[in-house]
Ligand binder design. Structure first.
Ligand code: MSP
Length: 524
């Protein structure tokens, strides 16, 4: 097993509440959830944070369009995010709302300290503004883009305002040093190079806006100005663990999961603000995150924006459609193992979803579980047989796959156990043939015990990806793991549960329905 530290803090972006959650938001939180589940199981003192970003002008505009107060619209959508994450059985330890009193008080405190130290100063800003992104675009970049938004193509607008600025430029040398000394800070590596090039020319950045109709956190001492939503939002990672009980999570080095759209803020502005804060009396405990992991996008199938079985792939209803058709475990499994974790985008293809489901879940784990429990039913009256002296222990090495977000590889470890230690082993030993000779039932018993034990081990490896099916399976083979999962996420049980020989001969084994019924596409 890897020697990663025993405290683990993982975060997702906090999502804008201008609308309901869609599959893109669910994706990052799902990935964080799979990783958090693994870390708890491994025994790490784990904290997983997700939530919503409320003080955006987009929320104000959309609420007005809907004829609602900003508060009501934010409340409604924050509720929708929360409900979706609960329905999808996310195991976050807290849910950020930037409108919470604790968050607002802490952000005010940090900005006041930065103002006092001179890291934040008053000035005037004139620049090209991308209204959709609520972001100023530097002159050279604006020119490159022909003064149009990189994201929505709308014209950039020239804007002048009184602002408070953060001395980002002061931190450029320290940032570059940090990148040099910590090659794993921004991952994957290709993203790191992009950022290093951009940081070299970083200028001071405005961190306030002139009034946003009372929405947002006022600049301390200047209520005419509100703290720029991005600064307010980035601080969530710190405010939510800035309590005596939680501070050690921050200090263990946060792992921020984000997509490529928001890398700049996370890899430059954020660490620089933390460096600035750390120099101030009372904030000496503030260190930098351990890693900013930047994934790519889910995109629609080329040339086909709408697909019959999954509809518009990202819209909020797509979440329900995928769960209704394939089940929650399957959605989690597909997102986590076939998603854009690296530097290339992934097509959300209905065909690939069905193929993955059938290949990895229905035909592998699900089918093997049915086969083995069926044979135990048929040959041993549904009672786990004795293992003779042919017990077949094996070891599993995980090579720190989760630490590097190699989720497909991590899931493959579990599937490989099923394929090699169960399917391949059954093909090689043919228990159904041996069972025709009554005097050889001892051998059959040993084979089936080995298979049941291998499936149990595979299910422990697969649990972060398909928890519901694994818990149902444990119930059938008489393991009490599910109760422990409920109590504390199975904290620290990984090594014990991966060790060979936990199942007790004589335990009733239940067949049950198929864990993953084969999916047959409806005729188009
Ligand atoms: N509120 C800011 C983030 C502040 S973090 C301090 C924001 N919010 S957002 O609602 O636009 O969410 C952006 C994030 O949603 C992406 O970084 C990514 O994590 C996720 N995704 C949104 N669409 C996605 C895809 N199509 N594919 C993958 N991830 C997607 O930016």
């Amino acid at each position: 097993m890897s020697d990663a530290p025993d405290t683990f803090y993982v975060t997702t972006p906090i999502y804008y509440v201008n609308d309901k959650p869609h599959l893109g938001h669910v994706y990052t939180t799902m990935v964080a959830d799979v990783v958090a589940r693994y870390h708890r199981l491994r025994g790490d003192d784990t904290f997983f944070l997700t939530g919503v970003d409320e003080h955006s002008a987009k929320v104000v505009d959309k609420a007005a369009e809907m004829g609602l107060s900003t508060e009501d619209w934010a409340e409604q959508n924050a509720g929708a995010f929360k409900a979706t994450f609960e329905k999808l059985e996310m195991t976050h330890d807290d849910f950020v709302r930037t409108s919470s009193d604790h968050h607002k008080a802490k952000v005010t405190e940090y900005v006041a300290a930065l103002l006092k130290s001179g890291e934040v100063y008053e000035g005037e800003y004139a620049g090209w503004y991308d209204a959709g992104q609520e972001e100023y675009v530097p002159e050279n970049k604006a020119k490159e883009l022909d003064y149009k938004s990189e994201v929505n193509g709308k014209p950039l607008v020239k804007k002048t305002e009184k602002n408070y600025f953060f001395r980002l430029s002061n931190h450029v040398p320290a940032l570059l040093e940090h990148f040099e000394a910590n090659p794993g800070f921004v991952q994957p590596a290709a993203r790191r190079n992009e950022i290093i090039n951009r940081i070299k020319d970083a200028e001071d950045i405005p961190i306030s806006r002139t009034g946003t109709s009372g929405w947002g956190i006022p600049v301390p001492g200047d209520p005419e100005q509100s703290i720029y939503v991005w600064i307010d939002a980035l601080f969530n990672y710190l405010t939510y663990v800035d309590t005596p009980e939680r501070r050690h999570y921050w200090q263990s080095g946060a792992v921020h999961l984000i997509a490529k759209d928001i890398l700049w803020f996370h890899a430059s502005v954020w660490p620089a603000m933390l460096m600035a804060l750390a120099k101030i009396d009372g904030y000496g405990w503030v260190n930098l995150p351990k890693m900013v992991y930047t994934h790519s996008y889910w995109i629609s199938e080329s040339g086909e924006k709408m697909s019959k079985s999954l509809g518009n792939f990202l819209d909020p209803e797509a979440i329900d459609r995928a769960v209704d058709t394939f089940g929650l475990d399957a959605l989690r499994y597909f997102l986590a193992t076939r998603g854009p974790l690296g530097t290339t985008d992934s097509a959300f293809s209905a065909d690939l979803f069905a193929e993955t489901y059938n290949a990895d879940l229905a035909n592998t784990f699900g089918n093997s579980a049915s086969r083995v429990t069926n044979m135990i039913g048929k040959y041993f009256g549904g009672v786990l047989p004795e293992v003779g002296d042919g017990g077949k222990p094996f070891a599993v090495a995980d090579d720190a796959l989760f630490d590097h977000l190699k989720l497909e590889g991590a899931a493959q470890l579990g599937l490989r156990v099923v394929r090699e230690q169960v399917d391949g082993y059954i093909e090689a030993t043919r228990p159904f043939t041996i069972a025709k000779e009554p005097e050889r039932m001892g051998e059959v018993g040993t084979i089936l015990y080995n298979c049941a034990e291998a499936l149990r081990i595979a299910s422990v490896l697969l649990w972060p990806f398909i928890p519901d099916a694994c818990e149902a399976f444990w119930e059938r083979i008489g393991c009490d793991y599910a109760a422990q999962m409920k109590a504390d996420g199975g904290k620290g049980k990984l090594d014990e549960w991966l060790a060979w020989g936990q199942l007790k001969p004589g335990t009733p084994i239940e067949k049950g329905d198929a864990l993953f019924p084969r999916y047959v596409a409806e005729k188009k």
